[in-house]
Design a protein around this ligand. Structure first.
Ligand code: HAM
Length: 405
C-alpha cells in the first residue's frame, strides 16, 4: 500500500480528470460506493473458487458480527448500488463510472499492490454488440488522450451458460489426460476452475495446453454471432485489436466478450486494463435481468507507464518577499487577497533574510516576485520582477490585486 506524494499527485489528477472528461462525452456519470461491502457480495459475484475470493480478500467481522470485505474490485459494488437504488427505473441504459481504491492481498511486486486504484466504467442494460464496441472505443480514446500508445487490445469470447458447460467438460477431459504434466496448483483446481489452467504462468502448464480446445471454437450460434458483430464494429470504428483465444479472466461473472489491454513495459503485470460482459450478474444479485459490459483500468500501472516529464509541476504565480514587520503584515494582506482571487501567492513566515526569501522563491519556481520594504510602504510603489527574464516593472501596491488576478 503506497502513499501518493505531492510531487507525483499531479499525474494522478491528470489521469483521473481526463477519464471523467472522456467518459463524460460518452454519457458516463460518476458513482461513488463505499470501500466496504458485505463479504457475500463478492463471493457470489466474483466466484467462490477464484483466487480473489479464495485467497486475496481483506475480510473481517465487524462489532455486530457481520462479515465485511474491503472491495477487491468495483463492478460488484456498482451493481449492488444499481439494484439497491433502483437506477434501472431512470433510463433504459445506465452508464456509470468510478475511480477508487481496491484491496487485494496479493504478493506485491512492480505494478501489483495490496491497495491499488481503478478507473472503471460499466454500461448496463444493452445486449447489442454496439455497446461492447463503444466501451472499447472509449477505452481506446482515453489511452490516446493520456498519450499512452504502447498497449494492445486483446479480445475473446467466453460463451454463455448455454455453450460454456459443454466446452468446460471438453477442457476438463483434455486436462485429465495430461494431469501429470500440470503444476500442483492446476492439478488441484482443474476440476473446479479448468479455464484458469489456460492462464497459468508455469512453463509446464503452458506446454501442456498449447493444443487445448478454445472457447471461441465452441460458441453457440448466438454467442458466435455476438462476437462476430463486436469485431465488425471494432473494425468499423477503427479500433485495433487481436483475438486471443487463450484469454481467461480471474473473475467468474464474465460471459461472451472479454478483453485486456496489455503492454510489454511492465514485466509480468502486463494488463493495464481489463473487462468484459457480465449478463446475468445483476439478476444473480437479486436485481432485474439486465446485461452489462465494462472495464477497469489499473491507475498505478498507468502512472508507471507515463513519462513523468510530460507533467508540468504547478508553481506559484507570485512570491512576496518582505523586509521588516510592517512590510510582512502588508505582504500578508496582499497575499491573502490574491489567493482569494485565485492567484497562487506565497511568502515567508519565518522572518528570513531577503536573500533566503529569494532563494525560496526561486526554488519554488515562482513566476514573479515582489519585494516590499519600508521604502515601498512609504511610496506605495514596488518592483514586480519576472523571474524568467529578470525584467522589472513598477506597480502600485493598491492596484496589485487587479494587476495580477
Ligand atoms: P481485473 O482484471 O481484476 O478486473 O482488474 C482490472 C485492472 O486492475 C487490471 O488489468 C490491472 O490493471 C488492475 N489491477 C488489478 N489488480 C491489481 C493489483 N493488485 N495492483 C495493481 N493493479 C491491479 C476487474 O477488477 C473487473 N472489475 C473489471 C471490469 C469492470 N469488468 C467489467 N467491468
Amino acid at each position: 500500500m503506497n502513499d501518493v506524494l505531492p510531487d507525483v499527485v499531479g499525474v494522478w489528477q491528470f489521469l483521473e480528470q481526463t477519464a471523467l472528461d472522456v467518459f463524460g462525452t460518452y454519457g458516463f456519470a460518476e458513482i461513488r460506493t463505499p470501500a466496504l461491502e458485505k463479504t457475500e457480495l463478492f463471493s457470489r459475484s466474483i466466484g467462490e473458487t477464484t483466487d480473489i475470493v479464495e485467497k486475496e480478500m481483506y475480510t473481517f467481522n465487524d462489532k455486530s458480527g457481520s462479515s465485511l470485505t474491503l472491495r477487491p474490485e468495483g463492478t460488484a459494488p456498482v451493481m449492488r448500488s444499481f439494484i439497491q437504488n433502483r437506477l434501472a427505473t431512470q433510463d433504459a441504459v445506465a452508464k456509470l463510472c468510478y475511480i477508487g481504491a481496491m484491496f487485494r492481498h496479493e504478493r506485491p511486486q512492480k505494478g501489483r499492490y495490496r491497495q491499488f486504484h481503478q478507473i472503471g466504467a460499466e454500461a448496463i442494460g444493452v445486449e447489442d454488440p454496439k455497446i461492447d464496441a463503444q466501451v472499447l472505443l472509449m477505452l481506446h480514446h482515453y489511452f490516446s488522450r493520456i498519450g499512452i500508445s504502447a498497449v494492445s487490445l486483446e479480445v475473446n469470447s467466453l460463451g454463455c451458460p448455454v455453450c460454456r458447460p459443454g466446452y468446460r467438460q471438453q477442457l476438463i477431459n483434455y486436462l485429465q489426460a495430461r494431469l501429470e504434466a500440470l503444476c500442483s496448483e492446476c492439478q488441484r483446481r482443474y476440476l473446479n476452475n479448468p479455464l484458469r489452467v489456460l492462464d497459468c504462468k508455469a512453463e509446464a502448464c503452458r506446454a501442456a495446453t498449447v493444443a487445448a480446445p478454445a472457447m471461441i471454437d465452441h460458441l453457440c450460434d448466438e454467442c458466435d454471432e455476438h462476437f462476430r458483430q463486436v469485431r465488425q464494429y471494432l473494425d468499423l470504428l477503427e479500433v485495433p485489436y487481436v483475438v486471443n483465444p487463450r484469454m481467461v479472466r480471474g473473475l467468474d461473472y464474465y460471459v461472451r466478450t472479454t478483453f485486456e489491454l496489455v503492454t510489454d513495459q511492465l514485466g509480468s503485470q502486463n494488463a493495464v486494463a481489463a473487462g468484459g460482459r457480465y449478463d446475468g450478474l445483476i439478476e444473480s444479485l437479486g436485481g432485474p435481468a439486465l446485461p452489462g459490459v465494462g472495464f477497469a483500468i489499473g491507475l498505478e500501472r498507468l502512472v508507471l507507464m507515463l513519462d513523468k516529464r510530460q507533467q508540468k509541476a504547478k508553481v506559484p504565480a507570485l512570491f512576496i518577499a518582505a523586509l521588516g514587520e510592517d512590510a510582512a503584515r502588508q505582504a500578508f494582506v496582499l497575499m491573502s487577497k490574491l489567493q482569494a482571487q485565485g492567484v497562487w501567492t506565497e511568502m515567508d513566515y519565518m522572518g528570513k533574510s531577503l536573500k533566503a526569501q529569494m532563494r525560496r522563491a526561486d526554488k519554488m519556481g515562482a513566476v514573479k516576485t515582489l519585494i516590499i520594504g519600508d521604502e515601498e510602504l512609504r511610496t506605495g510603489l514596488a518592483q514586480l520582477k519576472n523571474m524568467a527574464d529578470s525584467t522589472q516593472k513598477s506597480v502600485r501596491l493598491d492596484s496589485l490585486v487587479e494587476e495580477l488576478s
